[in-house]
Design a protein around this ligand. Structure first.
Ligand code: BEZ
Length: 211
């Protein structure tokens, strides 16, 4: 059964480029992004891992740790990291999990046999401070991910976890948000002192509350 939103992210022990970790302990009390890439020494993955290193301060600002996995060894991860630094100008500054026997990849459903029998697809799991899965994404090997989108989604997840709002299409941090349908108008008036605009009874817009 695939991991679903709201499930507890499975815990595991892993060898990584930063030593042995227990996943839940490593996550600590903040947010986490766990992503797989199909293989070391491959072009799209090289660009992705460099970009995540470049964006690390943005993830840290959001109290979020990042960790990557591929089905190669720690030794290969270290060798490949040097190529990433040389070609992308960024040495991975977060752990790369080695999973040569694919135990963790199988645990997270990262191998989709109809796409590839042995390599992982490009999975992303966003995990909340309660260790529950908040978001999953699956991309094929041939398409690199947009990590700006993952930051955008993280902003939405963190906002909507703390306020009775949802974020509309193409929302970015600072844009107006939507009052959740479960709040009555009276409750919404009490919760949102800046007020809201009811475009329809079910479509109520309010300024982002934490700005
Ligand atoms: C890549 O990262 O470039 C890649 C990896 C596996 C299959 C295809 C592309």
């Amino acid at each position: 059964m695939a991991i679903q939103l709201g499930d507890t992210a499975p815990d595991f022990e892993a060898q990584t480029t930063e030593g042995t970790i227990r996943f839940h302990e490593w996550l600590g009390s903040g947010w986490g992004i766990f992503f797989s890439h199909p293989k070391d020494f491959t072009p799209v993955c090289t660009t992705e891992l460099g970009e995540v290193a470049r964006l690390k301060p943005e993830f840290s600002k959001r109290n979020t740790k990042v960790i990557a996995l591929s089905v190669d060894s720690v030794d290969d991860h270290h060798k490949w990291s040097k190529d990433i630094e040389e070609t992308q100008g960024q040495l991975p500054n977060y752990p790369l999990i080695a999973d040569p026997d694919r135990t963790i990849a199988q645990l997270y459903g990262m191998i989709h046999p109809k796409a590839d029998n042995t390599l992982t697809v490009r999975s992303v799991f966003v995990i909340g401070p309660d260790k529950k899965v908040k978001l999953t994404l699956t991309y094929p090997a041939s398409t690199g991910r947009n990590f700006d989108e993952i930051l955008r989604v993280l902003d939405s997840l963190q906002l909507t976890a703390n306020h009775s709002v949802a974020t509309p299409v193409n929302w970015r941090d600072g844009d107006d948000v939507i009052v959740v349908p479960s709040l009555s108008d009276e409750q919404a008036r009490a919760k949102f002192p800046k007020g809201f605009k009811a475009v329809k009874p079910y479509l109520r817009i309010t300024p982002q509350p934490n700005k």
